[in-house]
Design a protein around this ligand. Structure first.
Ligand SMILES: NC(=O)c1ccc[n+]([C@@H]2O[C@H](COP(=O)([O-])OP(=O)(O)OC[C@H]3O[C@@H](n4cnc5c(N)ncnc54)[C@H](OP(=O)(O)O)[C@@H]3O)[C@@H](O)[C@H]2O)c1
Length: 332
């Protein structure tokens, strides 16, 4: 007798040269929970536009081909299985978080994740909101407070402030008592001011140098903008980049580039602020898993994050563990 496989729907990529056009919706075996993992039924998933250029999308940590791989590393969902030795989370629990870059990701019905990468998602926070908070929230928090050591009263220049990360940086910096100057395209002015920036610089038409000195630059653009921004940083200030090392460094300050990491305490702080209205998400589009390939190849530019609603009925709000197991079984 042959063993029946439990399958799920997932988006996979196999062709590195094809970019997002190479994403396909297929059936894949459901993941199993390894030591200290949980399996999560994905309710909402997020994806970063340039993820398919990252080496970790294509290889494992020792450089071996791991295609076909499932992209997407942000999620909100419900725990359906626990691995050997896993503690701290339970079956049926609502969670959200960031998954390992080198493992299959969240554009799927189920994903196996190390429990330490997940944070409990409060019952009154929608899965879509939870998934949209993860990457912008953690990136903004770590860039501002860990790497940028932002203090109340300091000034921050936030590039791409109408975007997914920049809008969260703007909100958290304002809340921390900083003076925020946001940048973007001319059409982004009102959006950036609505997210809380006190000033706006239109990068196509205004002179960036007119900003004067700032304590911190949060860069999401790189290139020439990053180079010119380095010259604006006051003595003791910091240039924080999330798009790789910058050529130019502040004359008398620090330049830091980093990749966001999971952090349960930080994600708890961020969701607390979302619940009490201190921060809001920047969601430009919500699509289903069936429409995810088209959603990542839009015919026009989507402002803000695209979130894939994998289980649109919000089952996690009411499911018992038994029902979770029942709903997840589909055999071929
Ligand atoms: N290192 C990390 O841990 C980390 C974490 C998260 C994200 N990232 C990276 O950070 C970057 C930003 O991510 P995101 O999700 O915030 O992207 P996003 O939502 O597209 O935001 C970027 C913003 O910058 C604007 N922009 C781009 N080029 C511009 C230009 N030349 N002049 C003026 N405005 C410009 C965009 O406007 P338009 O929409 O009009 O182009 C958009 O508003 C991406 O490259 C992403 O991969 C890195």
């Amino acid at each position: 007798m042959t063993e029946k496989k439990i399958v799920m729907k997932a988006i996979v990529v196999t062709d590195r040269a094809a970019g997002t056009a190479g994403m396909t919706l297929v059936e894949r075996p459901e993941p199993r929970a390894a030591i200290n993992d949980v399996v999560v039924q994905v309710h909402a998933s997020g994806f970063t536009g340039d993820e398919l250029t990252w080496p970790s999308t294509w290889t494992d940590r020792v450089g071996r081909d791991r295609t076909p791989s499932i992209p997407g590393h942000e999620l909100a969902g419900v725990v359906t299985a626990l691995g050997y030795g896993t503690t701290g989370l339970s079956i049926g629990q609502r969670v959200f978080g960031l998954t390992d870059w080198y493992r299959d990701g969240t554009l799927a019905e189920y994903v196996a994740v190390e429990a330490r990468n997940l944070t409990p998602l409060p019952g009154d926070v929608d899965f879509t909101v939870g998934a949209a908070l993860v990457m912008p929230g953690l990136t903004a928090w770590q860039g501002l407070f860990e790497h940028g050591r932002l203090q109340a009263g300091q000034s921050v220049l936030v590039h791409g402030a109408a975007g997914a990360v920049g809008s969260m940086v703007t909100q958290l910096a304002r809340e921390a008592g900083a003076y925020v100057i946001g940048t973007g395209r001319a059409a982004d002015r009102q959006t950036v001011l609505d997210f809380g920036a006190q000033e706006f610089v239109d990068l196509d038409n205004d002179a960036l140098e007119d900003v004067g000195g700032v304590d911190l630059v949060f860069d999401v653009l790189g290139g020439d903008i990053a180079k010119r921004s380095a010259g604006l940083i006051r003595a003791g200030g910091t240039l924080v980049s999330i798009v790789g090392p910058t050529e130019a460094r502040p004359a008398d300050g620090l330049a830091v580039d980093f990749v966001v990491e999971s952090d349960r305490a930080q994600l708890s702080e961020i969701v607390r602020r979302a619940r009490d209205g201190r921060v809001r998400t920047n969601i430009g589009n919500v699509a289903t898993l069936d429409d995810a390939v088209a959603a990542f190849n839009p015919t026009e530019r989507i402002k803000g994050k695209t979130i894939i609603r994998v289980h649109p009925r919000g089952l996690g709000d009411c499911l018992t563990p038994t029902k979770v197991q029942f709903t997840r079984r589909r055999r071929v």
